[in-house]
Write a protein that binds this ligand. Structure first.
Ligand code: ATP
Length: 457
């Protein structure tokens, strides 16, 4: 093959875009954008990296995703090769300023001050609206803020996107800061923790890094699922955890899944996460969604008619961040054209958000149908006791997708799959998550299934 460097540049850009479907934008910018294709043959791609740490990090953490991104863009499987970098190669790139690694919280565009301990004063208990969905988690959070390291340790909040995990964790930090001023609190996202760790290795500043995270009274670590598959960072966090725990310091963690479902996290770590208290954040019920909207309205000093608030609360059910986004959009429109704020106008303004949620809702039944059709098995096998491999795998995929798309509990999902128990659903989740990481063809099939469920004809 005779590719030009412009073609290589184009291919690499596409690969980086594709990588963003499985890795965060920050991670792609940090680890993939600085790479360059040196050579490409039928079977092999040779990549140049700024220094050897890139090769190490990518091989350790991202090889399956990179291979499947390459396969998708090139239309064939290729082996990834990094030549040994001569010293000084690409040094300029290595010195490029990195993206700011300061804690950045999602703020709906409003500018906010986040202090060096990572705490954002906006996230307090007062601004967290409690409903049946969050009662238990909220009570645990209050208990920890009142008596750090004495109530529950560690505390592990989990739940789907945008349901208030970060808010509650930050409220603990702000609460402790207010009630126990002498205690040192540090909030950090796992992505930041990992990036700082790598920087510390590169700069020979591990001691300073360890002091920052091991000499605190309260460590708030957000999105621990990000540690999945990152062996060195897990190892580092394992020691950080032990050091803090043994010193009776408070640890609070959040994640998108229960510890036991985090298949690519080391067992010794997930078992520690389960030592203390685990609390799930569920999607809020209608009254709570309305209460959240009313509260945000007061904070923003805006007024939106009740019937429009109700429409938003009814149509956006599973993500508080989107609920806030919808309100902001409506408020911005109302500020410009107060006389034109009608129900029809709101439908138009929020069409994309409404479509995502309720114009078609993905149910366990629709998932079972779609999966059965894709894998060419009988619908009845979704609930049958048959345990042939060609049936159990699709059934596990359907359970995994039911967890992803619906708000049903593990027990409810099990019930819909022929009265299976919650442990079976959890096991299915683990098996599928693991296969997604390791088998690119399987990952493609599941991705296509997700697309079909999200965009039915
Ligand atoms: N119960 C609630 N009361 C008031 N605001 C809430 C509540 N739950 C969530 N929010 C708001 O919704 C937004 C998203 O919440 P947050 O970032 O805490 O979610 P998350 O579960 O950490 O999401 P992710 O999984 O994406 O990290 C924030 O602005 C937060 O203040």
């Amino acid at each position: 093959m005779n590719n030009t460097s412009a073609e290589f540049g184009w291919i690499w850009e596409k690969v980086c875009q594709e990588m963003q479907t499985t890795a965060s934008r920050d991670a792609v910018e940090r680890w993939f954008c600085p790479l360059r294709i040196l050579a490409l043959s039928e079977e092999q791609i040779t990549l140049e990296a700024p220094d050897s740490i890139y090769r190490y990090w990518i091989e350790e953490n991202y090889l399956p995703q990179l291979s499947s991104a390459l396969a998708k863009i090139l239309g064939r499987q290729v082996r990834v090769v990094f030549p040994a970098a001569p010293s000084g190669t690409h040094a300029a790139a290595a010195e490029q300023p990195r993206k700011a690694e300061k804690p950045e919280l999602r703020t709906n565009g409003a500018s906010e001050t986040v202090s060096s301990n990572g705490l954002n004063p906006r996230y307090t208990f007062d601004s967290f609206i409690v409903g049946a969905n969050s009662e238990f988690a909220d009570a645990a959070a209050h208990a920890v803020a009142n008596a750090p390291a004495r109530a529950y340790n560690p505390v592990f909040f989990y739940g789907k996107v945008g349901l208030g995990k970060t808010h509650l964790m930050q409220a603990i930090g702000n609460g402790i800061h207010r009630l126990h001023r002498s205690l040192k609190v540090q909030y950090v996202t796992c992505e930041q923790f990992t990036n700082e760790f790598i920087d510390a290795i590169q700069k020979g500043a591990l001691l300073r890094f360890r002091r920052k995270y091991r000499e605190v009274d309260v460590l708030l670590l957000d999105d621990v699922q990000f540690l999945a598959g990152k062996e060195r960072s897990q190892e580092e966090f394992f020691h950080t955890f032990n050091c803090l725990f043994d010193g009776s310091k408070q640890i609070v963690l959040t994640s998108d899944a229960v510890p036991s479902a985090m298949q690519t996290l080391e067992k010794r770590l997930t078992s520690r996460f389960e030592w203390g208290l685990t609390a799930e954040l569920l999607p809020p019920q209608l009254e709570t969604r309305l209460a959240i909207l009313r509260h945000k309205m007061r904070i923003l000093s805006i007024s939106v008619p009740d019937e429009i608030l109700s429409t938003i609360a009814e149509r956006i059910q599973s993500n508080v961040r989107q609920l806030e986004g919808a309100l902001n959009r409506v408020a911005a429109f109302a500020a410009l054209h107060p006389e034109r704020l009608t129900a029809g106008q709101v439908q138009l303004l929020l069409k994309d958000l409404f479509n995502k949620h309720s114009t078609h809702s993905v149910t366990i039944e629709s998932i079972q149908k779609q999966v059965a059709e894709t894998f060419d098995i009988r619908l009845a096998d979704m609930t049958s006791k048959r345990r042939l491999a060609h049936i159990t795998l699709p059934r596990m995929v359907a359970m995994y997708l039911s967890r992803k798309f619906t708000t049903c509990s593990l027990a409810e999902i099990g019930e819909n799959f022929g009265g299976r128990d919650h442990g079976t659903v959890l096991h299915a989740q683990r098996v599928v998550a693991e296969k997604l990481q390791s088998e690119s063809r399987f990952e493609t099939v599941v991705r296509e299934l997700i697309e079909k469920l999200e965009n039915p004809e």
